[in-house]
Ligand binder design. Structure first.
Ligand code: ATP
Ligand code: MG
Length: 140
């Protein structure tokens, strides 16, 4: 299996409850390394651009409002099969449907305030990483 990179975001519900360390522990214990990390306040335009794929969905405006309701932590994770592994660690979008032990089962508040984002393909990972980080910021 190849070593991959994926983009992770700890969402405002996670930063508000001081869960950065608890969630990072899940990643690190599963063998994912944090190669870059920054805590930022997204602007509305940035959140709209990041979630542009969802702009036709009914929840888009609420989602953008939620993503700018507080700071987020953007991070680059690396490891074997990192894209799929992170999705597995995150659990289902709706925490009520998430497998026990996953980040969303343990920490998410709702289908919207679900604590984490993770890229869903290697190609999206590449684009999402470059949305937040320059190559010089990513230290392997
Ligand atoms: P993410 O892209 O954040 O990693 P995901 O891939 O599991 O999550 P998507 O379908 O891409 O889920 O939806 C993006 C985000 O939009 C979700 O993580 C959640 O915050 C929000 N969302 C998704 N479905 C709903 C919904 N039905 N109602 C409200 N918010 C939703
Ligand atoms: Mg998604």
């Amino acid at each position: 299996m190849a070593i991959e990179r994926t983009l992770s975001i700890l969402k405002p519900d996670a930063t508000r409850r001081n869960l950065t360390g608890s969630i990072n522990k899940v990643f690190e214990e599963a063998g994912l390394s944090i190669l870059a990390q920054k805590r930022i306040q997204l602007t509305r335009a940035e959140a709209e651009a990041f979630y542009a794929v969802h702009k036709e969905r009914g929840f888009f405006n609420d989602l953008v409002g939620y993503m700018i309701s507080g700071p987020v932590v953007a991070q680059v994770l690396s490891g074997e099969n990192a894209v799929a592994k992170n999705r597995e660690l995150m659990g289902a979008t709706d925490p009520k449907k998430a497998t026990e032990g996953t980040i969303r089962a343990m920490f998410a508040e709702s289908i919207e305030a679900n604590s984490v984002h993770g890229s869903d393909s290697a190609e999206n990972a590449k684009n999402e990483i470059s949305f937040f980080f320059a190559e010089i910021d990513i230290v392997g």
